[in-house]
Ligand binder design. Sequence first.
Ligand code: ZN
Length: 489
Amino acid sequence: MENKLFVYNTLSRQKELFVPINAPHVGMYVCGPTVYGDAHLGHARPAITFDLVFRYLRHLGYKVRYVRNITDVGHLENDADEGEDKIAKKARLEQLEPMEVVQYFTDRYHSAMDKLNVLKPSIEPRASGHIIEQIAMVKNILNAGMGYESKGSVYFDVEKYNQAHNYGILSGRKVEDLLSNTRELEGQDEKRNSFDFALWKKAQPEHIMRWPSDWSDGFPGWHLECSAMSTKYLGDQFDIHGGGMDLLFPHHESEIAQSTVVNHKTPAKYWLHNNMITINGTKMGKSLGNFIQLDEFFAGDHPALEKAYSPMTVRFFILQAHYRSPLDFSNEALQASEKGFQRLLKSITTIERLVPSPASTTDMEALQSKCYEAMNDDLNSPILIAHLFDAARIINSTFDKKETLTAGDISLMRTLMHTFVFDILGLLPENDPQAGNQVISKLVNIILDLRREARTNKDWATSDRLRDALVQAGLTIKDTKEGVSWELE
Ligand code: ZN
């Protein structure tokens, strides 16, 4: 842990030396998905960004408790306090129990994350499993005089809070500006101010997800779940709170306000936010028709995609941009990533074929230091990848006998590439599915040749046995006039 890691803290708006509150332990909370639809490219970026943070902290020797929640209640449409709960709406449309929707999309999310080689968090709590903690927090906020009840719902009193603290400490927004900018929305008459946010919402009669409370049968506000669950699993104050930039306001700003009232502390020491992904220069959105799901990327099954892109190509593409920079998707950019990643992988296999020399033309330790410097500078993965491409070039030119490496340096090179490419960037060597299919084809044709021989020899028993074996393995065999054709189901 002699490495000095600097991270950009959104709270202080500058790069800071990362010093955990209670080293070697690190607590990290990241806002997870609202599970009412399939994971898309927008989900991949925060997941991969904080997977990189998780992996690197562990590599540096920290013991990280990584909590990433599943939002399964309370996230209303348009992220506002009005409108239908996103999960409840999906359940109503599909005539499903809300928890069926949650389970289905949570499983789908997990499977997409597994494909992207995103490590599982240490704890993955669900909002609906923490209603008691959230109700307790609402009571605390009411007792502190920072909330008020209105028609069975409870709201956070932003103006009152702002008199003692700073609502805007994270986002830099000013309550006065909010006042003049907020549109009057339907149902806002329950609130003292339009920017007050719901801690508890009374459920309308048709609302199926509801729990009893002192105020009404209802459900918790969206911002509350993260405050309740981060406090429960990481304590009043923990090291890192992460999420997408789109969550900075009002979600994270409100989390800070809630925790400040209840725990008398800013919940996290470092706030990290990843930037967003645009598609061909435009924002992603369902209405824009450019909401490309991850499975559509992997299958090449979307009109905007020229071809399928493997999970590792998508991962490499995301890591080729710094997490705080915007990232624009285009087929061209992804195809360049695909080529680059293959080049990197190929160089790693070439290491095993290098012949050692008595002296090296490369300073391997200097190269290794540069890789760490890049990561320590706010997890600068694109600079790291540039150094890894440099390493790939050295490997290739050593193989071509234009440069040299000693046996010790070849071994350092192997460690460097494996550590940074596989362990820290979390990339995996991919099997070319075409190559797999080619092997299967060859094997099937060998067996069919044997069967043809058996039939020529009138050895019907062997011929049938071979045919049955292929059918059992899942193949459809057709004997036609032209010969035998087969298909894998
Ligand atoms: Zn959150």
